[in-house]
Design a protein around this ligand. Structure first.
Ligand SMILES: NC(=O)c1ccc[n+]([C@@H]2O[C@H](COP(=O)([O-])OP(=O)(O)OC[C@H]3O[C@@H](n4cnc5c(N)ncnc54)[C@H](O)[C@@H]3O)[C@@H](O)[C@H]2O)c1
Length: 333
């Protein structure tokens, strides 16, 4: 079994990936800084579950702190790195650019530099569908030019791909960038529409439907994403430098998504139709031929089924989702 460093292990995707890896018998070293971008209670609740595994090694570290990152590699000697920590969110990057500069650029360099010094076998990291920016050709293919990011978030993710290229070229470090497409599911992210819309429905608050509901997203269920990440960490036949889309290959209009959520929750949404937001892309749609070929990736969860799992998880975790809401209200007041 392998020692795998997972950064962002208290985050949504990191938590699920770390769980799958410990369940498969790997030793997982988990790094997170539990920052308050959204309720740390949610991050702690995820982390608590991981701590139930004896071969899970939790480390509260900020990736910007170079010495702590160095110490982590010295003490734990990870063989593979799965870098999922980042400052996410397109809209927040318009208000708080420095959070992206710190975690997504500085943090990335600290980690990849230690990874190459430690000669790890593979460095897998999260990129994003947002790198496709203003592209209009659909579906988005890894071969498309990605030179027009329309948010700072997207620009930092594209920068990560370019930095990874340099590390592969200079040091022979094998790097795999995974472009995730709107990942959703249980233990998800409170800043994303599926969570904030459901919360608003529960509390009879108005939801803003951007671009008058015409935006389309390739919603991808967390379990499908985890199977893709796990394959990216372990399959044998990858090139030294890889960029791979992990999406559902089935974009849905936001209005249909809201209607499905209403039906599953048995609630009506109070909707306000508003124009598109700066930084938002109109549609995302993943070409997943490469993921199928190289990772055996085959998303299995239709939106209806995945949202059902999310709604049921949300309803079973009222105390936690209330705490998340209180945190959100206190930090926006
Ligand atoms: N969820 C999606 O739909 C989606 C889509 C595209 C890309 N991504 C990318 O996937 C990755 C995981 O996203 P997520 O949805 O799980 O987000 P998340 O915010 O739930 O998880 C990220 C975790 O990283 C931690 N973190 C942030 N900066 C850190 C730092 N400097 N040091 C240590 N820990 C730090 C946070 O505390 C958080 O727990 C991110 O890189 C994100 O940009 C996610």
């Amino acid at each position: 079994m392998t020692t795998i460093l997972v950064t962002g292990s208290a985050g949504f995707i990191g938590f699920h990936v770390a769980m799958a890896l410990v369940e498969a018998g790997h030793t997982v070293v988990g790094i997170d800084n539990f920052n308050p971008y959204y309720a740390p209670e949610l991050k702690c609740a995820r982390e608590e579950i991981l701590r139930g595994w004896s071969h899970y090694r939790p480390l509260e570290i900020d990736l910007v702190d170079k010495e702590s990152v160095e110490r982590c590699f010295r003490d734990h000697a990870p063989e593979i790195v799965c870098h999922l920590a980042a400052q996410p969110g397109v809209r927040y990057s318009l208000r708080n650019p420095y959070a992206y500069q710190k975690s997504n650029l500085e943090g990335f360099v600290n980690l990849i530099e230690q990874a190459r010094l430690a000669t790890v076998k593979r460095f897998v990291y999260a990129s994003s569908s947002s790198v496709y920016g203003g592209n209009t050709k659909m579906p988005y293919s890894e071969d498309d030019a990605v030179n027009t990011p329309i948010s700072l978030y997207a620009a930092t993710k594209r920068a990560n791909e370019l930095m990874a290229y340099t590390y592969t070229h200079l040091w022979g470090l094998q790097t795999v960038g995974l472009r995730f497409f709107t990942v959703y599911g249980p233990w998800g992210r409170p800043d994303m529409a599926y969570w904030s819309f459901l919360e608003a429905m529960v509390h009879q608050e108005t939801i803003k439907i951007f671009n008058y509901g015409k935006n389309r997203r390739d919603f991808t269920y967390i379990d499908d994403v985890v199977s893709g990440v796990a394959a990216a960490l372990t399959v044998g036949s990858l090139d030294a430098y890889e960029i791979i889309n992990l999406g559902n290959h089935n974009p849905e209009e936001l209005m249909d998504f809201v209607e499905t959520l209403e039906k599953l929750a048995g609630l009506r949404a109070v909707k306000e139709m508003v124009p598109a937001q700066p930084g938002d892309v109109t549609a995302t749609y993943a070409d997943i031929d490469k993921a199928r070929r190289k990772l055996g990736f085959s998303p299995k969860t239709p939106l209806q089924e995945g949202l059902k799992q999310f709604v049921s998880w949300f309803q079973d975790h009222c105390e936690l989702t209330d705490a998340v809401r209180r945190f959100r209200l206190s930090s926006t007041s």
